[in-house]
Design a protein around this ligand. Structure first.
Ligand SMILES: [Mn+2]
Length: 260
Protein backbone atom coordinates (compact mmCIF):
# COMPACT_ATOMS: atom_id res chain seq x y z
CA UNK A 1 0.00 0.00 0.00
CA UNK A 2 2.57 2.56 -1.12
CA UNK A 3 2.38 5.80 -3.05
CA UNK A 4 4.86 6.27 -5.86
CA UNK A 5 5.59 9.28 -8.07
CA UNK A 6 7.17 9.04 -11.52
CA UNK A 7 7.83 11.80 -14.06
CA UNK A 8 8.87 12.63 -17.61
CA UNK A 9 8.50 9.28 -19.35
CA UNK A 10 8.69 10.97 -22.78
CA UNK A 11 7.70 7.98 -24.88
CA UNK A 12 10.00 5.53 -23.04
CA UNK A 13 7.18 3.02 -22.64
CA UNK A 14 9.43 -0.05 -22.17
CA UNK A 15 11.40 1.62 -19.36
CA UNK A 16 8.16 2.76 -17.76
CA UNK A 17 6.83 -0.82 -17.72
CA UNK A 18 10.15 -2.05 -16.38
CA UNK A 19 9.97 0.48 -13.55
CA UNK A 20 6.47 -0.75 -12.65
CA UNK A 21 7.91 -4.23 -12.20
CA UNK A 22 10.97 -2.93 -10.30
CA UNK A 23 8.67 -1.30 -7.72
CA UNK A 24 6.32 -4.31 -7.93
CA UNK A 25 3.45 -1.95 -8.50
CA UNK A 26 0.21 -3.59 -7.40
CA UNK A 27 -3.51 -2.81 -7.18
CA UNK A 28 -3.04 -1.81 -3.55
CA UNK A 29 -0.51 0.91 -4.47
CA UNK A 30 -1.03 4.34 -5.98
CA UNK A 31 1.06 5.78 -8.79
CA UNK A 32 1.14 9.51 -9.43
CA UNK A 33 2.49 10.44 -12.87
CA UNK A 34 3.89 13.95 -13.34
CA UNK A 35 3.16 14.33 -17.06
CA UNK A 36 5.27 14.52 -20.24
CA UNK A 37 4.25 10.99 -21.18
CA UNK A 38 4.85 11.72 -24.84
CA UNK A 39 7.30 13.53 -27.19
CA UNK A 40 11.01 12.94 -27.86
CA UNK A 41 10.98 9.16 -27.25
CA UNK A 42 9.82 6.64 -29.86
CA UNK A 43 6.89 5.13 -27.95
CA UNK A 44 4.49 8.05 -27.56
CA UNK A 45 1.66 6.00 -29.07
CA UNK A 46 2.19 3.22 -26.52
CA UNK A 47 2.01 5.79 -23.75
CA UNK A 48 -1.19 7.37 -25.14
CA UNK A 49 -2.81 3.95 -25.38
CA UNK A 50 -1.66 3.05 -21.88
CA UNK A 51 -3.09 6.33 -20.55
CA UNK A 52 -6.46 5.54 -22.14
CA UNK A 53 -6.61 2.20 -20.36
CA UNK A 54 -4.83 3.06 -17.15
CA UNK A 55 -6.03 1.48 -13.92
CA UNK A 56 -7.91 3.60 -11.36
CA UNK A 57 -5.01 3.61 -8.91
CA UNK A 58 -2.92 5.70 -11.33
CA UNK A 59 -3.24 9.49 -11.13
CA UNK A 60 -2.12 11.26 -14.27
CA UNK A 61 -1.16 14.93 -14.13
CA UNK A 62 -0.55 16.97 -17.27
CA UNK A 63 2.83 18.16 -18.48
CA UNK A 64 3.76 20.96 -20.86
CA UNK A 65 4.08 18.48 -23.72
CA UNK A 66 0.51 17.24 -23.23
CA UNK A 67 -0.62 20.89 -23.16
CA UNK A 68 1.25 21.55 -26.41
CA UNK A 69 -0.35 18.47 -27.96
CA UNK A 70 -3.81 19.88 -27.15
CA UNK A 71 -2.86 23.26 -28.66
CA UNK A 72 -1.58 21.64 -31.86
CA UNK A 73 -4.78 19.63 -32.26
CA UNK A 74 -6.79 22.85 -31.75
CA UNK A 75 -4.76 24.53 -34.50
CA UNK A 76 -5.56 21.64 -36.84
CA UNK A 77 -9.29 21.79 -36.11
CA UNK A 78 -9.35 25.57 -36.53
CA UNK A 79 -7.51 25.31 -39.84
CA UNK A 80 -10.03 22.71 -41.01
CA UNK A 81 -12.84 25.16 -40.26
CA UNK A 82 -11.18 28.29 -41.64
CA UNK A 83 -10.13 26.60 -44.87
CA UNK A 84 -13.48 24.73 -45.07
CA UNK A 85 -11.68 21.49 -45.80
CA UNK A 86 -14.42 19.27 -44.37
CA UNK A 87 -11.82 16.76 -43.27
CA UNK A 88 -13.14 13.27 -42.64
CA UNK A 89 -11.71 12.89 -39.15
CA UNK A 90 -11.87 9.10 -39.41
CA UNK A 91 -9.71 9.02 -42.53
CA UNK A 92 -5.94 8.70 -42.14
CA UNK A 93 -5.30 10.23 -45.59
CA UNK A 94 -7.59 13.20 -44.83
CA UNK A 95 -5.88 13.65 -41.46
CA UNK A 96 -2.46 13.71 -43.13
CA UNK A 97 -3.72 16.23 -45.68
CA UNK A 98 -4.99 18.51 -42.92
CA UNK A 99 -1.60 18.29 -41.19
CA UNK A 100 0.15 19.31 -44.43
CA UNK A 101 -2.31 22.17 -44.86
CA UNK A 102 -1.52 23.50 -41.40
CA UNK A 103 2.22 23.40 -42.17
CA UNK A 104 1.58 25.14 -45.51
CA UNK A 105 -0.48 27.93 -43.92
CA UNK A 106 2.05 28.45 -41.15
CA UNK A 107 4.94 28.59 -43.61
CA UNK A 108 3.08 31.06 -45.84
CA UNK A 109 1.41 33.28 -43.27
CA UNK A 110 3.16 32.97 -39.90
CA UNK A 111 6.53 31.22 -40.16
CA UNK A 112 7.40 32.59 -36.71
CA UNK A 113 4.67 30.37 -35.24
CA UNK A 114 5.76 27.13 -36.87
CA UNK A 115 7.94 26.19 -33.89
CA UNK A 116 4.81 26.19 -31.71
CA UNK A 117 3.02 23.60 -33.83
CA UNK A 118 3.96 19.98 -33.15
CA UNK A 119 7.54 21.08 -32.44
CA UNK A 120 8.88 17.53 -31.95
CA UNK A 121 6.79 15.97 -34.74
CA UNK A 122 4.91 13.70 -32.39
CA UNK A 123 1.61 14.28 -34.21
CA UNK A 124 3.32 13.88 -37.59
CA UNK A 125 4.56 10.45 -36.46
CA UNK A 126 1.12 9.41 -35.22
CA UNK A 127 -0.51 10.35 -38.54
CA UNK A 128 2.20 9.40 -41.04
CA UNK A 129 3.89 6.43 -39.38
CA UNK A 130 1.27 4.98 -37.06
CA UNK A 131 -1.77 5.54 -39.33
CA UNK A 132 -3.72 7.42 -36.67
CA UNK A 133 -6.45 9.93 -37.45
CA UNK A 134 -7.74 13.31 -36.29
CA UNK A 135 -10.41 11.36 -34.48
CA UNK A 136 -7.69 9.68 -32.37
CA UNK A 137 -6.00 13.03 -31.74
CA UNK A 138 -9.30 14.56 -30.58
CA UNK A 139 -9.89 11.64 -28.21
CA UNK A 140 -6.40 12.00 -26.69
CA UNK A 141 -6.83 15.77 -26.43
CA UNK A 142 -10.07 15.30 -24.49
CA UNK A 143 -8.31 12.82 -22.22
CA UNK A 144 -5.51 15.34 -21.56
CA UNK A 145 -8.00 18.13 -20.85
CA UNK A 146 -9.24 16.09 -17.90
CA UNK A 147 -5.76 15.78 -16.37
CA UNK A 148 -5.28 17.96 -13.30
CA UNK A 149 -2.33 20.33 -12.94
CA UNK A 150 -1.35 19.13 -9.48
CA UNK A 151 -2.27 16.58 -6.87
CA UNK A 152 -2.20 16.89 -3.09
CA UNK A 153 -1.83 13.95 -0.79
CA UNK A 154 -0.56 13.15 2.67
CA UNK A 155 1.53 10.21 3.77
CA UNK A 156 2.22 9.46 7.43
CA UNK A 157 1.05 12.94 8.42
CA UNK A 158 3.33 14.66 5.88
CA UNK A 159 1.84 16.82 3.12
CA UNK A 160 2.89 16.35 -0.48
CA UNK A 161 2.03 18.17 -3.69
CA UNK A 162 2.91 16.60 -7.04
CA UNK A 163 3.04 18.71 -10.21
CA UNK A 164 4.87 18.57 -13.53
CA UNK A 165 7.36 21.42 -13.07
CA UNK A 166 6.60 23.02 -9.72
CA UNK A 167 3.89 24.42 -7.52
CA UNK A 168 2.95 27.88 -6.31
CA UNK A 169 0.06 29.34 -4.29
CA UNK A 170 0.72 32.78 -5.80
CA UNK A 171 -0.88 34.48 -8.81
CA UNK A 172 -4.04 34.04 -10.84
CA UNK A 173 -5.42 30.61 -11.71
CA UNK A 174 -3.86 30.82 -15.17
CA UNK A 175 -0.50 31.88 -13.72
CA UNK A 176 -0.55 29.03 -11.21
CA UNK A 177 -1.43 26.51 -13.92
CA UNK A 178 1.38 27.82 -16.11
CA UNK A 179 3.77 27.50 -13.19
CA UNK A 180 2.78 23.85 -12.74
CA UNK A 181 3.65 23.17 -16.39
CA UNK A 182 6.66 25.37 -17.13
CA UNK A 183 8.50 26.48 -13.95
CA UNK A 184 12.29 26.09 -13.99
CA UNK A 185 14.66 27.40 -11.29
CA UNK A 186 11.86 29.48 -9.73
CA UNK A 187 10.27 26.21 -8.64
CA UNK A 188 12.65 25.89 -5.67
CA UNK A 189 11.54 29.27 -4.28
CA UNK A 190 7.84 28.44 -4.47
CA UNK A 191 5.73 25.77 -2.86
CA UNK A 192 3.78 25.70 0.35
CA UNK A 193 4.78 25.98 4.01
CA UNK A 194 5.35 22.63 5.74
CA UNK A 195 5.02 20.67 2.55
CA UNK A 196 7.05 18.58 0.13
CA UNK A 197 6.76 19.29 -3.60
CA UNK A 198 7.52 16.52 -6.08
CA UNK A 199 8.11 17.72 -9.64
CA UNK A 200 10.08 16.95 -12.78
CA UNK A 201 10.44 18.83 -16.11
CA UNK A 202 14.12 19.85 -15.86
CA UNK A 203 16.42 16.85 -16.24
CA UNK A 204 19.04 16.53 -13.51
CA UNK A 205 21.68 15.40 -16.04
CA UNK A 206 23.04 18.66 -17.47
CA UNK A 207 25.77 20.54 -15.67
CA UNK A 208 24.93 24.19 -15.17
CA UNK A 209 21.17 23.67 -14.98
CA UNK A 210 19.61 24.45 -11.63
CA UNK A 211 18.49 20.87 -10.97
CA UNK A 212 21.82 19.27 -11.93
CA UNK A 213 22.65 16.30 -9.74
CA UNK A 214 24.49 14.01 -12.15
CA UNK A 215 21.35 12.08 -13.03
CA UNK A 216 20.22 11.54 -9.45
CA UNK A 217 17.10 13.06 -7.97
CA UNK A 218 17.59 16.74 -7.03
CA UNK A 219 16.47 17.80 -3.55
CA UNK A 220 16.29 21.30 -2.07
CA UNK A 221 15.16 22.22 1.41
CA UNK A 222 13.79 25.71 2.12
CA UNK A 223 14.27 26.04 5.88
CA UNK A 224 12.33 29.29 6.20
CA UNK A 225 9.13 27.72 4.82
CA UNK A 226 9.92 24.15 5.89
CA UNK A 227 9.30 23.13 2.30
CA UNK A 228 11.23 20.43 0.47
CA UNK A 229 11.42 20.42 -3.32
CA UNK A 230 12.24 17.28 -5.28
CA UNK A 231 12.97 17.16 -8.99
CA UNK A 232 12.76 13.52 -10.08
CA UNK A 233 13.28 13.98 -13.86
CA UNK A 234 16.55 12.13 -14.31
CA UNK A 235 16.40 12.43 -18.10
CA UNK A 236 15.49 8.86 -19.10
CA UNK A 237 14.79 9.85 -22.73
CA UNK A 238 18.33 11.25 -23.07
CA UNK A 239 20.04 8.05 -21.95
CA UNK A 240 21.51 7.44 -25.43
CA UNK A 241 23.27 10.78 -25.22
CA UNK A 242 24.06 11.11 -21.52
CA UNK A 243 25.63 8.31 -19.46
CA UNK A 244 24.10 9.65 -16.27
CA UNK A 245 20.50 9.70 -17.59
CA UNK A 246 17.95 7.31 -16.07
CA UNK A 247 14.35 6.88 -15.03
CA UNK A 248 13.52 7.59 -11.40
CA UNK A 249 10.53 6.81 -9.23
CA UNK A 250 10.09 7.91 -5.61
CA UNK A 251 8.11 6.12 -2.91
CA UNK A 252 6.53 8.66 -0.59
CA UNK A 253 6.39 6.48 2.55
CA UNK A 254 10.17 6.55 3.00
CA UNK A 255 11.19 8.86 0.12
CA UNK A 256 13.26 6.01 -1.28
CA UNK A 257 14.19 6.54 -4.93
CA UNK A 258 14.23 3.68 -7.43
CA UNK A 259 16.40 4.05 -10.52
CA UNK A 260 16.47 2.27 -13.81
MN1 LIG B 1 8.26 19.09 -19.23
Amino acid sequence: MSKYVIGDIHGCYDEFCEMLSVIRFSEADTLICLGDYIVRGSQSLDMLEWLENKPDNVITLRGNHEQEFVTSVEVMLRTDKLATLNTDILSNKNSQALYETVIYYLEQKSPELIMFFDAYRTIRDLLFKKDKTINDLIRWSEMIEKMPYFYETSVGGKSYIAAHAGYTDKGSKAERENFCLFAREESVEHGRDNCTIIAGHTPTIIEGEFAYNDGKVFRYYDKQHNCTFYNIDCGCVFRHKYDNARLACIRLEDEKVFYL
